[in-house]
Design a protein around this ligand. Structure first.
Ligand code: ADP
Ligand code: ASP
Ligand code: MG
Length: 413
């Protein structure tokens, strides 16, 4: 007998018929002699609707109330799924995050799980129940409701699998595994049978939303056997592994994109010590993460332009927080732009090979795409471009690195 955690995302529970399909998958694993915990997201589109509601009610709202609103979607889907399983003649029980309990910190809208007290789940499993758990949500130590960031049900599933020492954590979604890039944008994208935790971590951190980054971190840390597979068709999906199946001689293993960032530029900043500390200190105090940063000093004017990116959802707040700082430091102007996208090439093979950035810039220039910002690390190159060219850029880069070909077809150098 194995203990299996299954996770189903929004599309997989998007209609009554699909919820019945999910119930059948849970029952199939149960009938094969396993204990089954099912973690579910809200029905597709529901969380977006809830976000639009809270954004519609006020330009600036307390993130605590955001969490109260956006956590509501999962309550409906767990109840429906448990009822569907019961209607098939099996015992099922649904739980919200605070009932299970997922204890988190108090970083509303992006809380981190500290602990899962899974004794209720264990008891129910022993009593023969299929347990259905709401993803995406938890409770902080003061009893406030929290959510884990968009896509957070993946993390709930891995956290519960780690707490229960599950034999498997199966992430069912609307594609049949992890691909070299988003298969909805590049039809030639290639499905990977395996991907290492490290490579998946990098892809997820750069926007591949097939798994939330924190879920991969937790799976790696607690050695949770993780698979990504389709809830809509049969298949073996993609298995996450410790070792690198992509091999060092593969230059680039995937292309990712991220539309969830926005750009902020402070123009005409006096070139003197303490400016960066004032700007980024104010953002840190507002709990806003900064990703890419560029500073250009103009030799002639003695002024600098400071450009950086923040999460798109924090963009309005960033501008609000920075207005007084800009006045105080004597900068000329503060500009924001949400119509940007970050596109990245990822691969551990870059460590030992030069020329990735250059190949990337050439491919983008051949499509006439202007690069606004660049950042590199040992195993990735990212560029910020105009959002309207994002899909074109992803396709061009997938072609430039011949990712459709597979390992044997694209040995570097
Ligand atoms: P769920 O609702 O099941 O959590 P998500 O929408 O969060 O599903 O994640 C699945 C989606 O991730 C796919 O539909 C696909 O468009 C997108 N995606 C982005 N990058 C990749 C990739 N490299 N491989 C597979 N899917 C990807
Ligand atoms: N329903 C939440 C969201 O849309 C969590 C998830 O889908 O994983 O972000
Ligand atoms: Mg998701």
């Amino acid at each position: 007998m194995a203990l299996i955690v299954q996770k189903f995302g929004g599309t997989s529970v998007g209609t009554i018929e699909r919820i019945r399909n999910v119930a059948a998958r849970a029952v199939a694993d149960y009938n094969a002699g396993n204990q089954v915990v099912v973690v579910v997201s809200a029905m597709s589109g529901e969380t977006n609707k809830l976000v639009a509601l809270i954004e519609g009610v006020a330009a600036f709202y307390n993130k605590r109330e955001y969490d109260v609103v956006v956590a509501a979607g999962e309550q409906v889907s767990i109840g429906l799924l448990a009822a569907a399983i019961e209607s098939m003649g099996y015992k099922a029980r649904s739980y919200l995050g605070w009932q299970v309990r997922f204890i988190t910190d108090s970083a509303f809208s992006k809380a981190r799980i500290k602990e899962v007290e899974a004794f209720r789940i264990r008891k129910d499993l022993e009593d023969g129940y299929i347990v259905v758990v709401a993803g995406f949500q938890g409770i902080d130590e003061l009893g406030n409701l929290t959510t884990l960031g968009r896509g957070g049900s993946d993390t709930s599933a891995v956290a519960v699998a780690a707490a229960l020492k599950a034999d498997r954590c199966d992430i069912y979604t609307d594609v049949d595994g992890v691909y070299t890039t988003d298969p909805r944008i590049v039809s030639k994208a290639r499905k990977l049978d395996h991907i290492s935790y490290d490579e998946m971590l990098e892809m997820a951190s750069l926007g591949a939303k097939v798994l939330q980054i924190r879920s991969v971190e937790l799976a790696k840390k607690y050695r949770v056997p993780l698979r990504v597979l389709s809830s809509l068709e049969e298949g073996t999906g993609t298995l996450l592994t410790e070792e690198n199946h992509m091999m060092e001689n593969i230059l680039v293993s995937g292309i990712t994109y991220d539309r969830n960032e926005a750009k902020v530029t402070i123009q005409g900043v006096p070139d003197k010590p303490g400016i960066a500390a004032a700007v980024f200190g104010a953002l840190a105090d507002a709990n806003i993460n900064v990703d890419m940063i560029i500073q250009n000093v103009s030799a002639s004017s003695g002024e600098t332009d400071l450009t950086f990116t923040v999460p798109r959802g924090d963009h309005k707040m960033a501008i609000k927080v920075l207005e007084p700082v800009v006045a105080q430091i004597g900068a000329r102007s503060l500009l924001g732009n949400v119509e940007i996208a970050k596109v990245s090439a990822v691969g551990v093979g870059m460590r030992s090979h030069a020329g990735v950035a250059q190949r990337m810039f050439r491919a983008l220039s051949q499509e006439g795409i202007n690069i606004q910002m660049i950042s590199t690390s040992e195993i990735k190159v990212s560029v910020v471009i105009d959002e309207k060219y994002m899909e074109l850029a992803v396709r061009a880069l997938h072609d430039a690195f011949e990712l459709e070909k597979g390992a044997e077809g694209r040995i570097a150098s």
